[in-house]
Design a protein around this ligand. Sequence first.
Ligand code: ADP
Length: 283
Amino acid sequence: LVKPVFKQDWQLNHEQVELIQELGSGQFGSVYKGWLQVTPFRSKVLVAVKTLHEQHLNADDRIKFLKEANLMLKLDHPNVVKLYGVCASREPIMIVMEYCASDSLENVVTKKKTSNVEKANFLHGAAKGLEYLHHEKIIHRDIAARNCLIDSRGKVKISDFGLSVKGVEVKDQKGGRLPVKSMAPETLRRGLYSNASDVYSFGAMMFEVYNEGREPFGECNLDGNQLRRAIIHQKVVLSIGKHCPAEIVTLFDWCRQFDPKLRPSFTQVLEYLITIDGVPLED
Ligand code: ADP
C-alpha cells in the first residue's frame, strides 16, 4: 500500500511562478521580480524570487540556501519579509517571498532626502520586526540598512536571514564573509552572538540611517583585521554625528554600550522610540 503524500502549503510548483525581471544578484544566484499564482481561484501576487544558480548545486550550498527558507517559514509579522514558499521539486530551486517595491533602507536613505521623523519611523518599524524575531528566539546576526527592505507603503521589512540562527545566545567562531563594521565587540572577540549583539548592530544601522547611508567607521581607513582589534580594545568609538537629534544620540549610545548587559532589548528600544513626536506614523 502506498501512503498518500500530502503537499505542504509552502511547497510550490514552478508553474505557479512567473519571473518578470531580474532585481539583483544574491549570494547564491539572481533575485527576480515575479508573479505567484497562490491558488487557481485567486489573483496573482507580486513576489521576489531567489534562485539557486547552477554553480551552487552541491549539497552543501543547497542546504545553506534552503536553511534561510526553513527559518523564514515559521515567521509571520508585518515587519518581517514574508515567505510564500519554495519550489524545490526540480531545478532551478527557488524561494518565493513577499515583494518589497520601494528598495532597501540603505538605498532610500542614500538617495532620498528623508526627515528626522521618517528616519525615526524606519527605526521603529525595524525594531518591531526585530523584537518579534527575538521573541521567536531567532538572532538575525546581519542587521544593516541593506538588509531592511521598504514596501510600497513605506513599511520596513527585515530581510536576509542568510546568517540567522535559532537561539538566545550562540557561540560561532567561524570566519568567512562577516560584517565587521556592524559587529559587537563580544562577537569580534569571542564569537558570541545574542539578542544584545543584534541591538549593537541596530546601533550601527542607526548610524547609516542618520548619515545618508554611509558605512560605520568608513573614515577610519583600517582594514577588517585592524578594525576588529580597534573595536575589541575600544580604540575606536562610533559617533552618530552632531547633526543628529539629541534623543536619537541617547538611544544610539545605549545600543552601543560595550557591555552587552547594559544594552536595551528591542522592547525597550520601542518604548523609547514612541516617546519621539510623530512615532509611530500609523498602524
Ligand atoms: P542574498 O542575501 O542572497 O545576497 P539579497 O537578499 O541581498 O540576496 O538580494 C539581492 C537583491 O535582490 C537585493 O539587493 C534587493 O534589491 C533584491 N531583493 C531581495 N529580496 C527582495 C524582496 N523581498 N523584494 C524586493 N527586492 C528584493
